[in-house]
Design a protein around this ligand. Sequence first.
Ligand code: NAP
Length: 332
Amino acid sequence: MKNKEIISVGVIGAGGFIGQDHLKRLSTVIEGVNIEMLYDLNTEKCTELANKYHARVAASAEALIADPQVDAVLITAWDGVHADLTLKCIAARKPVFCEKPLATTIEDCKKIVEAEKEAGETLVQVGFMRRFDADYRKMKEILKSGELGAPIMAHCISRTPRIAPGFTDPMQITNIVIHEIDLFRWMLDEELVRGQVHFSRSTGFAESGLHDPQLVLMWSESGVLIDVESSANSYYGYEIGCEIVCEKGTLRLPVPAAPIVRSRLQCAVPVMDDWSERFPDAYKNELQHWIDYLRGRTNQPGPGTQDGYAACVTADALIRSQQTGNTESIVL
Ligand code: NAP
């Protein structure tokens, strides 16, 4: 596989929101890739996409993984099947890009880490795309330079305008805050060691029983305190914010540039509706990195199984805190 010029990819969960988004990307801006095969539970959608991208339709996820023409697998199906499909890819020695989260339980993450270790090669990249965002990269570079002194605190917001029915308190962590969990492990170059979740009153837009928004606190090994306001029903739009407070100054994630629109009696900047508009370059960069690693163009693998495992253990501690109200230890 290494040094192959064109990597033939099979996509499982191709018909979903991010599946279609990645397909568009693979067919337009990613170099060195061929969309070979698709699978989705929604057969009609899958066939429509296969026709559009001149790919074959697989009879099952297992058939796609086993197909000799498929060099590597992209998993964009829902969270609950990531672990099983990733394990099947490792068993078949097929490199796999798994959307976050790698798995929803620590046990499943451990199985994946072990299976990859046994395979003796790096086979998994996890979809922690914020690491590939140019602004977060610049923030990390400045932090590392030491010019602002040591980081002390970080204030983050993660707001999504609406969410599909069935969204639960644990999903607020495993589906949304998981990005900040990975981001700060990477940004600070250290593990997170404690976490706590606080509830406010819930917005009337939240499904009954869901605490939304939630305030998540996490402490790193060196004592950096990170707070994240996570909202799955912000109503007004999609917004990601991050400010890192250091000894000698702060670093703030810029708001993406947008024109200021003057129309009758108003002067406004539009707010985005979802993640796909906010981070297009990060998604492109993470997929290009995956393909380039498989083509042998870089020796540096992307975020992998150990990152997926650490994020899962951290998420687990936060979910415990949702139930106990206590600060919970994160023990890797
Ligand atoms: P979605 O719109 O519900 O799409 C999931 C798709 O996968 C659906 O078409 C679904 O079919 C299909 N599917 C479910 N189980 C499957 C299986 N076992 N085999 C094959 N196909 C299956 O969800 P989404 O918003 O695209 O999210 C998909 C994944 O990407 C999630 O894990 C999510 O956490 C992740 N994600 C990551 C980011 C990021 O920023 N990195 C952003 C968005 C989403 P049915 O509809 O028929 O069930």
